[in-house]
Design a protein around this ligand. Structure first.
Ligand SMILES: NC(=O)c1ccc[n+]([C@@H]2O[C@H](COP(=O)([O-])OP(=O)(O)OC[C@H]3O[C@@H](n4cnc5c(N)ncnc54)[C@H](O)[C@@H]3O)[C@@H](O)[C@H]2O)c1
Length: 245
C-alpha cells in the first residue's frame, strides 16, 4: 500500500474529486480527515469508511480560525503527512457583471483557501517533511469567457505552488498542483446539456474525465512515488491542452 498509516487531510473531501481521493487514500492505507463545509455528506462518507481510518471535520477554507482548528484535530487523529488542497467552487459570469462579493468569494475560496491550508500544512510539516497537492484547473492555463474570478484564482494556484515548493524544498516538503480538464462531478451541475456536450467535444479523448482518474493523480503526487517531483503542475485533462486535432 502506497500510503500505509500516513495522515492525510483532504479539503472538499465530501463530494466529487475530493470524495474519490478520500476513498483511494483510505484504500492505500492512510488515515484521512475529510475537511468540508458539507456536514451531512462528509459525516456519511466518514461513517462508511470507518472511524478508525476516517474522520469528518467541518471546515471553511475561507476562515483562518476554521483551518487552524482543522489542523489541530488532524494532528490529534492522524498527524499531517499529506494534504490535498481541493476545496473549490465555480462561478460563471461575464467580468462586467461580476459583483465585488462574487469575485471575493470565488478568489477567497479557490486561491485564498489553498494558501491558508498550505500555510498551516507547512507549519505542521516543518522538520519532518510532507506533500501538499493543490487543485488547480485547465482554466489556470488559459482564459475562457465567463470565468474571470475562477480562472484568475486557478492561475494563481499554479504559481503559488511554485513559490511554496521553493520555500518547502529545504524542509522535505513537496508542493505540487494538478489541473483537471472537465470532470463529471456535481460542480458541473450548473452547466446546460448543450454546453456540456460542447465541452466534452473539446477533450481529444472524446469524453469527460472521472473523479477517480483525478484521484489517481492526486494519490501519486501525495505518495513517495513522486519523491523527486515538486513545484510542477500535472495536467489531468484527456489531452484538452495538447492542442487542436
Ligand atoms: N469538476 C471539474 O470539471 C473540475 C475541473 C477542474 C478543476 N476542478 C477543481 O476540482 C476541485 C473539486 O471540485 P469537484 O468537481 O469535485 O466539485 P464538487 O462541487 O463536487 O466538490 C467541491 C467540494 O468543496 C467543498 N467546498 C466548497 N467550498 C468550501 C469551503 N469554503 N470550505 C471547505 N469546503 C468547501 C464543497 O462542499 C464540495 O464538497 C475544485 O477545486 C475545482 O475547482 C474541477
Amino acid at each position: 500500500m502506497k500510503m500505509q498509516d500516513r495522515g492525510i487531510i483532504i479539503t472538499g473531501g465530501a463530494s466529487g474529486i475530493g470524495a474519490a481521493t478520500v476513498r483511494r487514500t483510505v484504500t492505500e492505507g492512510a488515515r484521512v480527515i475529510i475537511a468540508d463545509m458539507h456536514q451531512e455528506a462528509g459525516d456519511a462518507l466518514a461513517r462508511e469508511l470507518g472511524s478508525e481510518r476516517c474522520r469528518f471535520v467541518q471546515t471553511d477554507v475561507a476562515s483562518t480560525d476554521s483551518v487552524t482548528a482543522l489542523f489541530r484535530e488532524a494532528a490529534d487523529f492522524c498527524g499531517v503527512d499529506g494534504v490535498f488542497n481541493n476545496a473549490g467552487i465555480g462561478g460563471q459570469s461575464m467580468a462586467v457583471d461580476y459583483s465585488d462579493e462574487d469575485w471575493q468569494r470565488v478568489v477567497e475560496i479557490n486561491l485564498g483557501g489553498v494558501f491558508r491550508v498550505a500555510r498551516e500544512a507547512m507549519r505542521h510539516m516543518q522538520g519532518k517533511g510532507g506533500s501538499i497537492v493543490n487543485c488547480a484547473s485547465i482554466l489556470g492555463h488559459f482564459g475562457q469567457t465567463q470565468t474571470a474570478a475562477y480562472s484568475a484564482a486557478k492561475g494563481g494556484v499554479i504559481n503559488l505552488t511554485r513559490t511554496l515548493a521553493l520555500e518547502g524544498a529545504g524542509q522535505g516538503i513537496r508542493v505540487t498542483s494538478l489541473s483537471p480538464g472537465y470532470i463529471a462531478t456535481p460542480l458541473l451541475d450548473a452547466l446546460d446539456k448543450d454546453v456540456l456536450d460542447f465541452l466534452t467535444g473539446l477533450h481529444p479523448v472524446g469524453r469527460l474525465g472521472t473523479a477517480d482518474e483525478v484521484a489517481n493523480a492526486a494519490v501519486f503526487l501525495l505518495s513517495d512515488e513522486a519523491s523527486f517531483i515538486t513545484g510542477v503542475d500535472l495536467l489531468v485533462d484527456g489531452g484538452f491542452t495538447a492542442g487542436k486535432s
